[in-house]
Design a binder for this molecule. Structure first.
Ligand code: NAD
Length: 295
């Protein structure tokens, strides 16, 4: 099977390496960043133009920042990858984008007989490197069944959630839960510090109980150390929550918690923290109280 992958950033690069390592050596890649392309080519991939990827590959994968990037790479008149694709090929978008955009891209491709899955992931860079991401997938069952083994080269869990758009709707649900969890954790550790109880001991005492979570295990130590190295960047989380708010408004779902945490993320962006890890939500509370959570 010939595979094309466009987008070799924090996530796409290790995902490409896992595709190569786990039984799919015929991989064409492209990115605006030549250094990233060279690194993946050194592992066995071939550099290609978007036209070559569209013409030659059985399946085209993308791992790009957001809806406008995926739409532009795929659907730009004359130069977009879709112009070069034909009936029987498949497009799998692994980026986290607005589910409305996934449906638009799918409809445009359907006119050419090209099937699409939207297959965003959770897990971040460490799981992209390990090949243990969680995929949430939207699209036809038979397309999902045919390409599940390919996604399993990059992920430990690959679940079909419904038709096209369902993958990104599930991802929005994931991003709401993660952001609100981080906010609750930052708020709670700030309270502990202000009340004179060591946040590290609070974390140790409660992590095994009902409040414990994957988010707490990953982010409490970062807040306590004052470490905001990404991980998952504030600006990407703002992008995801904008998509969540857009989607919620269009389907009539109430999202007051999402709106609140989005304002905190936006405040952090405005204070130069857009490239920091989303655990830097703690720094909003630190700025309000004048404390440092772990110190
Ligand atoms: P990134 O910014 O590191 O990588 C994006 C890549 O796309 C860059 O290398 C950029 O050069 C390339 N690109 C942009 N426009 C392009 C174009 N027109 N043609 C070719 N290449 C182009 O982003 P990332 O962290 O790898 O995230 C990718 C997607 O995965 C996003 O939707 C993000 O929300 C999602 N995601 C990220 C994480 C994470 O922890 N980083 C976790 C889960 C999901």
């Amino acid at each position: 099977m010939k595979i094309g992958l466009i987008g070799l950033g924090i996530m796409g690069k290790p995902m490409a390496k896992n595709i190569l390592k786990k039984g799919y050596p015929d991989l064409l890649v492209s990115d605006l960043n030549k250094v990233a392309v060279d690194e993946v080519v050194a592992c066995g991939a071939k550099a290609a133009t978007n036209q070559e990827i569209g013409e030659q590959c059985d399946v085209v994968l993308t791992m790009l920042p957001n809806s406008p990037h995926v739409k532009s790479v795929m659907l730009t008149p004359e130069t977009g990858v879709a112009n070069f694709m034909h009936k029987g090929q498949v497009f799998i978008d692994m980026s986290s984008i607005n589910p409305v955009a996934s449906k638009e891209i799918s409809s445009a491709l359907a006119e050419k007989g090209v099937e699409m899955l939207d297959a965003p992931v959770s897990g971040g860079e460490p799981k992209a490197i390990d090949g243990t991401l969680s995929f949430m997938v939207g699209g036809k069952q038979e397309v999902f069944d045919a390409y599940k083994p390919l996604l399993e080269t990059m992920g430990a869990s690959v679940v079909r959630c419904g038709d096209v758009g369902a993958g990104n709707t599930t991802k929005l649900a994931n991003q709401i839960i993660v952001a609100c969890n981080i906010q609750a954790l930052a708020e709670a550790l700030t309270l502990a510090h202000k009340a004179g109880v060591d946040p590290e001991l609070v974390f140790q005492a409660i992590k095994g109980g009902l409040a414990g979570s994957t988010v707490m295990n990953a982010k409490a130590p970062m807040m306590i150390e004052g470490n905001d190295k990404p991980g998952f960047k504030i600006d990407l989380h703002i992008k995801d929550l904008n998509n969540a708010l857009d989607c919620a408004h269009s389907v009539g779902a109430p999202v007051p918690m999402t709106a609140e945490v989005q304002e905190i993320l936006q405040w952090l962006h405005n204070h130069g923290k857009g490239q920091a890890d989303h655990s830097a939500i703690a720094q909003y509370y630190e700025a309000l109280t004048g404390i440092q959570i772990g110190r």
